[in-house]
Ligand binder design. Structure first.
Ligand code: PCA
Length: 207
């Protein structure tokens, strides 16, 4: 199964991003089981989707369908469980930071629904003993932005590429650095959650 997997750079001052650490461990242990390209996205509107585009161009140059799956991952600060995101909304923070909000694309669809089987994926992760829920809102920061972009892109292209997003809790090391965060997950659990999702999709993939 051809996969584009992405994580985000550290952005919260801890020097870590749980999605990046989880993806790295997943790649080390199980990456070879997939035809996979990995990209790290900047936490900045514009460069995030440019990095997605650059990775897609490299995944399957000339292959009209691109990867079979685009799985974005990101850190959900404060979450105590893995969240399989169902919906990307056409809203983002403004240029001046988190005090204002604007449309991602004033002419765009109000929202897109993930084309991954989110309920089945959450169950597959829970079956591994890892807390996991379906979430209907990825927020309006970069995680939602990347998911909105990729869903819009494959929809516009009429591509069969399936697109989704896994939001993962902070790592224990991050919680120690920033006390009020409270909840976290070991990196091993995050890596196994990513593996459970991709293995589930690989099993039901026609190829
Ligand atoms: N989490 C943020 C942005 C990058 C990341 O890992 C979010 O939830 O939008």
């Amino acid at each position: 199964m051809r996969v584009l997997l992405t994580a985000f750079e550290p952005f919260d001052g801890t020097g870590l991003n749980a999605s990046l650490e989880g993806c790295r461990l997943f790649l080390e242990r199980w990456g070879a089981e997939f035809d996979l390209r990995f990209a790290v996205l900047p936490v900045e509107y514009g460069p995030d989707v440019a990095a997605v585009e650059a990775a897609l161009a490299a995944v399957a140059p000339g292959a009209p369908d691109g990867p079979e799956v685009i799985l974005h991952t990101g850190q959900a600060t404060g979450a105590g469980e893995v969240r399989v995101e169902r919906i990307a909304v056409n809203v983002r923070y403004g240029e001046d930071g988190k005090d204002s909000q604007e449309w991602i694309d004033p002419a765009g669809e109000i929202a897109y629904v993930s084309t991954l089987p989110v309920d089945a994926l959450a169950a597959a992760v829970r079956a591994e003993g890892i807390p996991c829920v379906v979430s209907n809102h990825a927020g309006i920061y970069l995680c939602n932005h990347a998911l909105y972009h990729s869903l819009r892109r494959v929809t516009a292209a009429g591509s069969r590429t399936r697109v989704g997003f896994l939001h993962v809790p902070c790592l224990p090391a991050q919680v120690e650095q920033v006390e009020e965060r409270g909840r976290c997950l070991e990196v091993e659990e995050t890596a196994r959650a990513i593996y459970a999702v991709l293995r589930f999709l690989q099993r039901e993939s026609p190829g």
